[in-house]
Design a protein around this ligand. Structure first.
Ligand SMILES: *Cc1c(COP(=O)(O)O)cnc(C)c1O
Length: 370
């Protein structure tokens, strides 16, 4: 049986390789390798796509989150509320800035932070909320923004897995104070290396983000802050500029695949398998099912035997990571998150996944769990 991978980023190269080759060769010949027009053009086009007045490119999604925190003066003594069920970067960057990550539990049906729990986590030290739009699906931003406004908190959106997703018709990344995006190759808009972007509608925040990403230096060799070197390479900017016009099509393909997975899985009526909640505004970076308690690892191993490779995002919640022992959390603090970590399984998902491949994933799952 042919292998069905969890993602296959080389397929985009099959489709538009000629245009990517040309863009890369143009950069190589130009001698403009850092900054310049390729980066400013991509920043403008990406900001326009999101609907924000400013786009500031940087070296990764992780840097975007960290720089956003710094631009908003979040640091020592401050607290930022986020989800314990996310990639490590979300909390890591809060800690890198010197602040403390404060977790609230998630909702089982959306895998996202339970917005109704935010207010009870707010203290006099709370400076910001960091919603993470996990697996391509937005947090309830209407409720979240109302809470942020009431308590005068910043909102930094972690959009790393949700480029192009919306909440109530609004693009994620254009709802809070700063939107942070990743162009890691497996994200919805993936580069050919690392890359990131911050979006904002506040010109002062945009200016500070630009200064911080370049050694805290508004003018070369004059430094106002301790910043960093976090620029997007001209090469990546040029390649991402080629890919951006295809993003909506690729996201539509992901939506169609997710609808079809759900239809097939429901028809198959597989015991102990829960399909993800329907969400037409999600961009389905992952299609994640939940398997009955205690069976998930067995199911994953059996699928692997059949050459179907699945992923577990994420096996250990952030509040139980050894590096956060100092936060003094116990098992049981966030029961929904802990239960979900034991049950999630992300099925193969990429825009080019074929119907035959999907059929095989579903029938194999049915055989394993029948
Ligand atoms: C990928 C990811 C990041 C980090 O992005 P990088 O570009 O890999 O640094 C942050 N948050 C979430 C939720 C992610 O999935």
């Amino acid at each position: 049986m042919n292998k069905i991978p969890p993602f296959d980023v080389s397929q985009q190269y099959q489709q538009i390789g000629d245009r990517l080759n040309q863009a890369a060769l143009d950069i190589l010949a130009s001698g403009q390798y850092i900054g310049g027009q390729p980066v400013s053009q991509f920043e403008a086009e990406f900001a326009k796509y999101i609907g924000s007045s400013h786009g500031v490119a940087c070296n990764s999604g992780t840097d975007a989150l960290y720089l956003a925190m710094r631009a908003l003066n979040i640091g020592e003594g401050d607290e930022v509320i986020t989800s314990p069920f996310t990639f490590f970067s979300s909390a890591e960057t809060i800690s890198m800035a010197g602040a403390k990550p404060v977790f609230v539990d998630i909702e089982a049906h959306s895998f996202n932070m339970n917005v109704d729990l935010i207010e009870s986590a707010i203290t006099p030290r709370t400076k910001a909320i960091m919603p993470v739009h996990l697996f391509g699906r937005s947090v309830d931003m209407t409720k979240l923004m109302a809470i942020a406004k009431k308590h005068n908190l910043y909102v930094i959106e972690d959009c790393a897995q949700a480029t192009g997703a919306k909440f109530a018709k609004q693009m994620v990344g254009n709802i809070g104070d700063v939107g942070c995006f990743s162009f890691y190759p497996t994200k919805n808009l993936g580069g050919c290396g690392d890359g990131g972007m911050m979006t904002t509608n506040d010109p002062q925040i945009a200016e500070k983000l630009k200064i911080l990403r370049e050694h805290g230096s508004p003018k070369r060799y004059y430094h106002e802050y301790i910043g960093m070197n976090s620029r997007l390479d001209s090469l990546q900017a040029a390649l991402l500029q080629v890919k951006l016009p295809y993003l909506d099509k690729w996201n539509d393909q992901r939506r169609a695949i997710s609808d079809r997975y759900t239809d097939l899985l429901k028809q198959a009526n597989i015991p102990d398998l829960v399909t993800p909640h329907h969400c037409p505004e999600s961009v389905w970076n992952q299609y994640t099912v939940c398997i009955g308690a205690g069976k998930r690892d067995y199911v994953q191993a059996q699928l692997r035997e059949q050459n179907i490779i699945t992923m577990i995002y994420y096996p250990l919640p952030l509040h139980l990571q050894s590096v956060y022992a100092n936060l003094d959390h116990q098992k049981g603090d966030f029961p929904v998150t802990e239960d979900i970590c034991d049950r999630v399984l992300s099925l193969p998902m990429f825009p080019e996944l074929t119907t035959e491949q999907q059929d095989r994933v579903v029938s194999t799952l049915k055989d394993i769990l029948k």
